[in-house]
Design a protein around this ligand. Structure first.
Ligand code: NAD
Length: 354
């Protein structure tokens, strides 16, 4: 398992160090894990004048998987756009052709009261949002702002999906559902958008190859409502880039704590980039208080999706669960009566539980 490790900026190095401890513990257990570090984001700019130095992209391309912390920091906010840390992230996703973005919204029963929704609505929640990541209105051409004859300006973007783009992400959705509760809900806006009509047609076609999976379709406006009304009705949601962007943020808040949420972005061969959903949290960087669990849970996803080691994925998730059961909490998820621990101590506790 050759893993490129890109800590990035802010709390990135602190949380990645905890995930690396988990990987090192697995290595001393006999797994053949090779870690190689490189810079990305502001750290890439500082080291090589580029948020995605050539050496970093090359390392990522040559690795089986990439573990990333986060990018961004106040000191980079005034740089020209191509030099900003976030460009490093966009470029590495594109450079590795990562079209399938997986964001689980899983609520550990121990944290049910952290959600803003009533605990009976969310406790036991376990849904997976699959967002297409490289197409749609975010990349479609033409786009721009033009001057009209009447003197006013007009902004425009183009929503685009080709059959092959829809088909490949649909396959990923059905394959994930096969490993879960065998339900896929495809979210679109087929009552209004032609792109969505094609989306629905192709997803329905792909479904025929997965007779064990139950497919349903839902309009995006209804899906936004159902996610807060009765989120447990969902197993896997598959959707396009813009709808997925919005719905996955909505779903992430069902669990109440951004420090708990991992993500995976996969290419056609299950090579993946794994990172927490949160950013570099410059407000708490260097204080040893960031929650490392989202990053550690991203390693679990790496074991599941890139290395097909469900056993190890469950072992890591089990260790996180055990740590929460021991009432250890970082500041972001702390509640009265719990033992507050720092980033390092949380990482150590997960390794001990592992
Ligand atoms: P953020 O996710 O970094 O922080 C939002 C809030 O959540 C902050 O109060 C922060 O302290 C808290 N938080 C985040 N992660 C936490 C953790 N693990 N433990 C405890 N608390 C945590 O979002 P932001 O403040 O909007 O952005 C900060 C920087 O991160 C910006 O430069 C932004 O561009 C960048 N960013 C990067 C990514 C990424 O690398 N994938 C994603 C989002 C934002």
């Amino acid at each position: 398992m050759k893993i490129a490790v890109l800590p990035g900026d802010g709390i990135g190095p602190e949380i990645v160090a905890q995930a690396a401890k988990v990987l090192e513990a697995l290595r001393s257990d006999g797994l053949k894990i090779e870690l190689e570090y490189a810079h990305i984001g502001g750290a890439g700019y500082d080291a090589a004048g580029d948020p995605l130095p050539d050496a970093t992209l090359k390392l990522a391309q040559q690795s089986d998987a990439v573990l990333l912390g986060a990018v961004g920091g106040y000191q980079y906010d005034t740089l020209a756009r191509p030099l900003r840390p976030e460009q490093g992230l966009l470029r590495i996703r594109k450079g590795l052709n990562l079209f399938a973005n997986l964001r689980p919204a899983l609520l550990y029963p121990e944290l049910a009261s952290a959600s803003t929704l009533r605990s009976e609505v969310v406790s036991g929640l376990d849904i997976m949002i699959l967002r297409e990541l490289t197409g749609d209105i975010y990349f479609g051409q033409p786009r721009g702002i033009r001057n009209l004859e009447n003197g006013e300006r007009q902004g425009f973007d183009t929503m685009l999906y080709s059959e092959s783009e829809i088909r490949r992400v649909a396959h990923v959705g059905f394959q994930i559902a096969m490993k879960r509760n065998k339900k896929v809900c495809s979210v679109d806006k087929a009552n209004v958008l032609d792109t969505s009509m094609l989306w629905r047609e192709i997803v329905t076609e792909v479904a025929k190859e997965y007779p064990a999976v139950e497919l349903s379709h839902m309009y995006v406006d209804n899906a936004a409502m159902q996610l807060v009304r009765a989120p447990k009705q969902f197993d896997v949601i598959v959707t396009g880039n813009i709808f997925g962007d919005i719905l996955s943020d909505e779903a992430s808040m069902l669990t109440g704590s951004i420090g708990m949420l991992p993500s995976a972005s996969l290419d056609a061969n299950n090579k993946g980039l794994y990172e927490p959903c949160h950013g570099s949290a410059p407000d708490i960087a260097g204080k040893n208080i960031a929650n490392p669990l989202a990053t550690i849970l991203s390693v679990a996803m790496m074991m599941r999706y890139t290395f097909a080691r469900e056993d190890i994925a469950q072992r890591i998730e089990g260790a996180v669960r055990k740590t929460l059961q021991k009432s250890l909490r970082t500041a972001d998820i702390a509640e009265a009566g719990m033992q507050k621990v720092g980033t390092d101590a949380m990482g150590d506790a997960v390794v001990a539980a592992l």
